[in-house]
Ligand binder design. Structure first.
Ligand code: DC
Length: 231
């Protein structure tokens, strides 16, 4: 069976990872959360007090940052230089600083190189902001997810609540909208829909409904690439 690359891009907290993870599981594909990579870099910068304006410090730090993923019963875990930082990278202080970090070209270059290596063998679902436009412009299937801001905020709010953290609804909403603004207006690889991406507004779709839609699209694509059977 021919393996493909599935790129899932879209706005903050619109369910990209949930969809990408489920797709990877059903298709037996690797799943890569590229947002977690930018978050891990941000966490490193915060811990080492590296400012995005200090070009030299950023350049010196990047080769020292090693990110890998491991799957566990609690889902995909992000490791930074061998330490599990999954909890730390989801904290608000990282969310508040990640967009300026992700706008630095040297950071993007380092992450994109690693992401392209990860997808070399195909059979991968990758979610992010520039996967269909920059990382894998030739991806066989590109999805662009959107959802109404109130609904995205509610989902993120519920996630925090589920983890036992209370964060003000308006604070989350401001953070999401600010990140979307910075991500969409930065000069290097801005968040935008790839021309040939399929847009799905999932405001009123359940995770199962989204999975069904995208699985159908993926299977159709895989089928269309299969060599004709000899009869
Ligand atoms: O998906 P997320 O919210 O965890 O992503 C965190 C930030 O990383 C997001 O604000 C934008 C940035 N990002 C990016 O610039 N490019 C990607 N491919 C993935 C994430």
């Amino acid at each position: 069976m021919k393996k493909i690359i599935i790129a899932i891009d879209g706005y903050s907290s619109c369910g990209k990872s949930t969809l990408a993870k489920a797709l990877g599981k059903v298709l037996g594909y690797a799943y890569i959360d590229t947002g977690a990579m930018y978050r891990a870099v941000t966490y490193y910068f915060l811990e080492h007090e590296i400012s995005v304006d200090d070009e030299l410090a950023v350049r010196n730090a990047l080769p020292l940052i090693n990110i890998h993923f491991e799957s566990s019963e609690n889902g995909n875990q992000t490791f930074l230089n061998g330490k599990n930082v999954e909890t730390e990278i989801r904290q608000m202080r990282v969310s508040n600083y990640v967009s300026p970090v992700a706008a630095v070209s040297a950071v993007r270059k380092a992450m994109v190189e690693q992401q392209q290596m990860m997808g070399k063998q195909k059979g991968i679902v990758m979610d992010g902001r520039d996967i269909g436009t920059v990382v894998f412009p030739a991806a066989e299937l590109k999805i662009f997810l959107t959802a109404e801001p109130e609904i995205r905020t509610q989902r993120r709010y519920d996630e925090y609540l589920h983890k036992g953290t209370t964060v003000d609804f308006e604070v989350i909403k401001t953070n999401l909208l600010e990140r979307d603004h910075i991500d969409s207006t930065r000069s290097d690889s801005p968040l935008k829909k790839a021309e040939n991406a399929i847009v799905i507004d999932n405001s009123y779709l359940s995770p199962t409904e989204q999975l069904e839609i995208v699985l159908d699209l993926a299977r159709e694509k895989i089928q269309s690439l299969a060599p004709p059977s000899k009869s």
